[in-house]
Structure formats: structure tokens, C-alpha cells
Design a protein around this ligand. Structure first.
Ligand code: PMP
Length: 455
């Protein structure tokens, strides 16, 4: 048994952790992160880690940005809290809503605020239902998401998520949520199929599901422009235009879950821009405040806004909202954070330094453990395989990813293992030199794990 610090013991005794094996945690204990500066974090023993995941795909401006602390303190002193129910408002929520809508150049007309991506997607589900009730389409309620998509963990959001661990023994998904194919060409493509043919097949899978369910019962399609937590899956170039055409044909709302891709991750302000997606609803969180404060936003097109506004007027009120919707401190931090992203050209940096990161990771494609290197802007996935030629995965799946994750941490690098895909999503402030350090630490880790493998 390792000797635990007092803080570690108290954590083990009192804290049930999200996404953690609770029994293993008692033996392994927590790694307690004490502070962060730029792209680095430090644990309570003073060990330094290059945070190649920006926390949870979140910290655009890096750790320890003083302007965000100051913005929070200023707002705390002035108005630490007020709500936005029943015709009340405050300057930070007004300015943030205006800023977000402004970024979409007329595509969206209103912002609704929640505290997390999960709550935002739960809000979206309720809005889609409300919208169709307003239009007198009581049957049109099903929402199609994708296998391996990630949309959160509250009851409706977890139902949209297409990962077994989020459903199993939680009595999910809800019956209104359906899942169509995952656009991962490397894994799902058929022998001889081009990426273009594969994209066409993905769109016909969606159409077949809509027809099987009955188009009059299907209300919306939700997807991340690039899948993050499901394994960093970059769809074929024409995937979204083909999917969009099917959605329009059957009058489905298109929901872009931009919780990871929003605010520059792919080298464009939104992932929708990168893929030509024209969403009716957009979901934003994480990099909106660099996760210094909990905040998410749901943006609605003028058409969806009008239907919802009129229906709420007919019913007397819009019966939805959170005590902390548009929280003034979180909104003030978001505004300052988005100003920093603009002033420092971080979207442009994600494109430029992102290209350097993609090229550096691609140099690992010849490594004996590496099957596929995929990515865009400042997000990437490196999929490890037992056999490069046949793309045979490791058995058991995930053990190699976990070994890399552990070894990387000992080498001072924090990545994420998603089964056997190693994810990279560093802060948008990362420099080319830091990218080189990150990839060198990863290469060292790959070599060490490879050398330790039996024959
Ligand atoms: N949507 C996407 C695309 C996400 O990546 C996440 C979080 N990883 C969520 C929704 C859920 O956000 P939260 O964890 O804030 O509830």
C-alpha cells in the first residue's frame, strides 16, 4: 500500500469521484493537483505535468490566467449573484448573450444559459419537444444521436450519448433517443470503400433509421462536429453536408453540440464553420469560460426562437430555467475569456500550431503500436493497435491505452486514454516548442510501453 498524504486519505474517505472506479480509488488514491500555470499543472508533491488535455478539453487560455481571476473578483464585489427569471437581468448575462449571438453572424438569435454541457443538452431535448408541441406535432419527438457520440450524463443527455458505460445499469437510454452509425472510416469503412462512399453510406444509415421509426416521429439529429470523448473521430469531409440533406428532407432540427469544438478548437471559431454545418441549435460550454467557471449556452435560430417565444406567451410563461442560469460571475469570466481568445488570436493559433501538432503526431504513424493518427486543429487521437496491417485491436481493449496513460503521467504528460485511442487536446495557447515537447514525451512513452510488452 502506498503511504497516503492526509489530503489523499480524506479524499478516499469522503469523496465519491465521477468517472472513477470507486474501489480501485481506495488503493490507488487521488493525484492531487495543486496549481496550474500556462499549459502545465503541478501536483501536491511539486511534480510538473504538461496538460495535453486542457483539463477536460476545456482550458483554452491555459491555467492561472490572472485576467479571469480579476474579472471574477470584480463581479463578485459588484453583484455576486442575481437570477434571470421573471424579467430580471444583469449586465454580464446581457453582454455574453449578445457576444455569442454576434459570433454566429445572424445564424442564431438567442442564448439560453445553463451550468454544464449536460444541462444544456437536457435543455435542448426539452426545447425540441416544446417546439414540436407548439407546432401541433405531438408525435414528432424522437432525437437521433450517434454511436460513440458524447452529450453528457444527465438523464436525457446520457440517453443521447452513444456509449455503453453511460447507459448500463442506469436504465438508459430513454425510449425517444435513437443512435445511428459512427462516422469513423478507419474502423467502420469497408474494404474498397472510399471515404466519399462511406459518407454516403452514413447518410443512408441515418435515412433508413428515420424511415424505420417513421419520419413523423423523428424531431432532431444531434452530433458533435468532431466527436471528442467517443475517441476523437473526424468525419469524412462531405459527411456533414450529406447528413444535413437527410435532416432537411425529413424536417429534422439540426443540433450541433459544440461543447468541445466551440471557440477555436478546430482552427475555426466553431466546428460548424469547419464542416459547413448550418445548425438550428448550438450547444456551447467548456472553452466558453476555459472552465474557470461552470457555464454553458444553448443558441437558437430565429425560427426556433420565434416558435418557442410564441408558445411560452400562449402558455403564460416559459417553464424552464436554473437558479444560476447566466450566473453573473460565470458570465463575467466568459466575456473576459472570449476577449482573451480574440485579442491573442487563439483561434488562429489553433489553426497554425494545430497544423504543426498534426504533422508531429503523424510522424508517429510508423511506430509499431500506432494504427491511426487523426486530428484537426488542436485536437487529435492516436489509435493503438495490436497489428498495424490488419488493424487488429488489442485484447483486452483499453489495457494498452491505460498503460500509456499511466506511463505518460510518470513522464510528466497528461493525456487521455479512450479505450486504446490516446487523445490530445492541449490549451489553445500552446506554442510550437511546447508541441515538440509534448510529442517527444509521448514518443518516449510509446517506446517504453512497447519495450515492456511481451515478445
Ligand atoms: N457535450 C460534449 C460534446 C462534451 O464533450 C461534454 C463533456 N465532455 C458534454 C456535452 C457534457 O458536458 P458536462 O460534462 O459539462 O456536463
Amino acid at each position: 500500500m502506498p503511504a497516503f498524504s492526509s489530503a489523499q486519505s480524506r479524499d478516499i474517505n469522503y469523496h465519491l469521484h465521477p468517472y472513477t472506479n470507486a474501489v480501485a480509488h481506495q488503493k490507488i488514491g487521488p493525484r492531487i493537483i495543486e496549481r496550474g500555470v500556462g499549459i502545465y499543472v503541478y501536483d501536491e508533491q511539486g511534480n510538473k505535468y504538461l496538460e495535453a488535455m486542457a483539463g477536460l478539453w476545456s482550458v483554452a487560455v491555459g491555467f492561472g490566467e490572472p485576467r479571469l481571476g480579476e474579472a471574477a473578483a470584480r463581479q463578485m464585489r459588484k453583484l455576486p449573484y442575481y437570477h434571470t427569471f421573471t424579467h430580471k437581468s444583469h449586465a454580464p448575462s446581457i453582454e455574453l448573450a449578445e457576444k455569442l449571438v454576434g459570433y454566429t453572424q445572424g445564424r442564431m438569435s438567442r442564448a439560453f444559459f445553463t451550468n454544464s454541457g449536460s444541462e444544456a443538452n437536457d435543455t435542448v431535448v426539452k426545447l425540441v419537444w416544446y417546439y414540436n408541441n407548439a407546432l401541433g406535432r405531438a408525435q414528432k419527438k424522437k432525437i437521433i444521436a450517434r454511436q460513440r457520440g458524447y452529450h453528457g450524463v444527465t438523464v436525457a443527455s446520457a440517453s443521447l450519448t452513444g456509449l455503453a458505460a453511460n447507459h448500463r445499469d442506469f436504465d438508459l437510454p430513454l425510449p425517444q433517443m435513437k443512435h445511428t452509425s459512427c462516422p469513423h472510416f478507419y474502423r467502420q469503412g469497408r474494404p474498397g470503400e472510399t471515404e466519399e462512399d462511406f459518407a454516403t453510406r452514413m447518410a443512408s444509415d441515418l435515412e433508413a433509421l428515420i424511415l424505420e421509426e417513421g419520419p413523423e416521429t423523428v424531431a432532431a439529429f444531434i452530433g458533435e462536429p468532431v466527436m471528442g470523448a467517443g475517441g476523437v473521430i473526424i468525419p469524412p469531409r462531405t459527411y456533414w453536408s450529406k447528413i444535413q440533406a437527410v435532416c432537411r428532407k425529413y424536417d429534422l432540427l439540426i443540433i450541433a453540440d459544440e461543447v468541445i469544438t466551440g471557440f477555436g478548437r478546430l482552427g475555426t471559431r466553431f466546428g460548424s464553420e469547419a464542416f459547413g454545418i448550418e445548425p438550428d441549435i448550438m450547444v456551447l460550454s467548456k472553452q466558453i469560460t476555459s472552465s474557470y467557471q461552470p457555464l454553458a449556452a444553448v443558441l437558437l435560430s430565429p425560427e426556433v426562437t420565434a416558435v418557442i417565444a410564441d408558445h411560452s406567451a400562449a402558455l403564460g410563461t416559459f417553464g424552464h430555467g436554473y437558479t444560476t442560469s447566466g450566473h453573473p460571475v460565470a458570465a463575467a469570466v466568459a466575456i473576459e475569456n472570449l476577449n482573451i481568445i480574440d485579442e491573442r488570436g487563439l483561434v488562429e493559433n489553433a489553426a497554425a500550431t494545430g497544423a504543426i501538432m498534426q504533422a508531429a503526431l503523424l510522424e508517429l504513424a510508423g511506430h509499431p503500436l500506432v494504427g491511426e493518427v487523426r486530428g484537426m486543429g488542436l485536437i487529435a487521437g492516436v489509435e493503438l493497435v495490436a497489428d498495424k496491417e490488419s488493424r487488429r485491436p488489442f485484447d483486452p481493449l483499453g489495457a494498452t491505452g491505460a498503460a500509456i496513460y499511466e506511463r505518460a503521467q510518470e513522464n510528466g504528460l497528461i493525456v487521455r486514454g479512450i479505450q486504446d485511442t490516446i487523445a490530445f487536446c492541449p490549451p489553445l495557447i500552446i506554442t510550437p516548442d511546447q508541441v515538440a515537447d509534448m510529442v517527444a514525451l509521448f514518443r518516449k512513452t510509446l517506446d517504453e510501453v512497447h519495450a515492456s510488452m511481451p515478445g
